[in-house]
Design a protein around this ligand. Structure first.
Ligand code: UD1
Length: 430
């Protein structure tokens, strides 16, 4: 990330009612895992509907470092995997973003050894890899952390019964991508059920993997000797779609979102109905129309099909301006309430108590400079700025750029007053 990009900020002027249509592109949390899964088969795998966000070229760099040829052409990514891939993913591109840990499973099963650099601290809380490691160990690998990298070694992987303590998305993915090439049957219990896991399983099956049960807590995988390259369309980004849904409700607007299966957002849309929004669902999208001030609703984040932690900042945003008091409970990431401090500086009436936050809704927020701490918190602050009087400066927007393609352009098209400004006018960087 170059410094010029880091210095970009958004100027958001509140007050506009957002109206119109917006199409979401492919899911960030799917495409990176699908790109890593291309390591499992020699030849050229093509992914379409890829989002144009920074993490995609970063992941391309990671795969190039492992010996693949990768081309990124707008929404199409082509990965040519050689007969022999490197085991060593201990280089700078890997350290730059946490999702690159998803090469651990494919590298272990394909090469028998994986060395994957670990990223630095995360603004949303500690993110250990114990379940990734113990899953691979059950399949016969030895794993350890050395010199800032996680190492997995296996002369042979053999299917096993694995029960996760918690349905971790990342651990489920790494176990799946290791078990598909293991000898024999793996039964994975308490697996994550997120739509992105289903997307990965669909692609693995197209590549020749034998597996059933994705989308349920039990996935059964029968290992095969070899997988083949494929062509696959990435599913729509439910978190980006959910952000637009909450933007409509918070600005008392009317937005039609396409490119997303509404069942992937069932609970967030239900919650908006409780808040008073009118929701229509279509085959490939939905419409949110909010005729009045939202009513307060309680939220708790849970693994899918529960309310996604990645939309928790939007739940806080809508509660900050709702009529009544809401309690929001975060059950997935310990430090995700850090951004509540920024919301309070925008005038939210919030009290944090452990993993709960109580919000007493106010009529209007009041603008001030704020700082994004992660992708979703950044987007949440922009939505809050749309509900504030005056002009809110949102800093550190490189976080937002990592998850939301054309965020400013999409918002402008929906009628928001927002612009991107580059340059050094940042008051005291923090
Ligand atoms: C993925 C998503 C992220 C989303 C999260 C939960 C990507 C790139 N990121 O992250 O946007 O917020 O799912 O839906 O897909 N944990 C352990 N030990 C482990 C693994 C996880 O304790 O070995 C804990 C984590 O610290 C966290 C919880 O389990 O508290 C959930 O993590 P997990 O589901 O693994 O999230 P990620 O895959 O990292």
């Amino acid at each position: 990330i170059c410094w010029a990009v880091v210095k970009d900020r958004f100027l958001v002027t509140g007050g506009a009612r957002l109206e119109g249509s917006v199409k979401v592109s492919g899911a960030k949390n799917s495409v990176l895992k699908l790109m890593a899964a291309a390591l499992l088969a020699e030849g050229t795998t093509t992914l379409t509907n890829c989002p144009e966000i920074l993490d995609v070229p970063l992941m391309a760099e990671v795969l190039r470092g492992l010996g693949c040829e990768v081309s990124v052409d707008h929404e199409t990514v082509r990965i040519t995997t050689p007969a022999t891939v490197s085991s060593d993913a201990d280089f700078d591109a890997v350290r730059q973003f946490r999702a690159s840990v998803c090469v651990l499973g494919p590298l272990t099963s394909r090469t028998g050894r994986a060395v994957v650099a670990l990223p630095g601290g995360d603004a949303i809380g500690s993110r250990p890899l114990d379940m990734h490691q113990s899953g691979l160990e059950k399949l016969g690998a030895t794993t350890y952390i050395r010199h800032g990298a996680v190492v997995a070694e296996a002369t042979k992987l053999v299917g096993a019964e694995i029960e996760l303590d918690f349905p971790s998305v990342g651990a489920t993915e790494n176990i799946l991508t290791a078990a598909v090439l293991a000898e024999g049957r793996t039964v994975l219990e308490n697996a994550a059920r997120e739509p992105e896991i289903v997307d990965l399983c669909v692609m693995l099956r197209q590549m020749g993997a034998q597996l059933t049960g994705e989308g349920s807590p039990t996935i059964v995988i029968d290992g095969v000797d070899k997988l083949y390259p494929t062509q696959h369309e990435v599913i729509g980004d439910r978190i980006v779609a959910g952000t637009w849904a909450y933007a409509a409700a918070m600005t008392r607007g009317d937005i039609t979102v396409s490119g997303i299966a509404p069942r992937h957002l069932h609970l967030p849309l239900e919650m908006l109905k409780f808040a008073g929004a009118q929701i229509s669902s279509y085959e490939n999208g939905f419409r949110v129309n909010m005729p009045h001030r939202p009513k307060a609703v309680d939220y708790q984040t849970l693994p899918f099909p529960g309310f996604p932690t990645d939309l928790q900042p939007m739940a806080i945003g809508i509660s900050a301006i709702a009529e009544g008091t809401s309690v929001i409970t975060e059950n997935i990431f310990e430090a995700r309430f850090r951004f509540v401090d920024e919301m309070m500086r925008l005038g939210a009436d919030a009290t944090v108590d452990g993993h709960h936050v109580v919000l007493r809704g106010v009529e209007q927020l009041s603008s001030t400079p704020v700082w994004s701490s992660d992708i979703r918190a950044g987007a949440g602050l922009v939505l809050a700025g749309l509900c504030a009087d005056g002009e809110t400066e949102v800093h550190d927007v490189y976080h937002i750029d990592r998850g939301y393609p054309n965020f400013v352009e999409n918002l402008q098209q929906l009628g928001a007053k927002i612009e991107r400004v580059s340059g050094p006018a940042d008051p005291a960087p923090r």
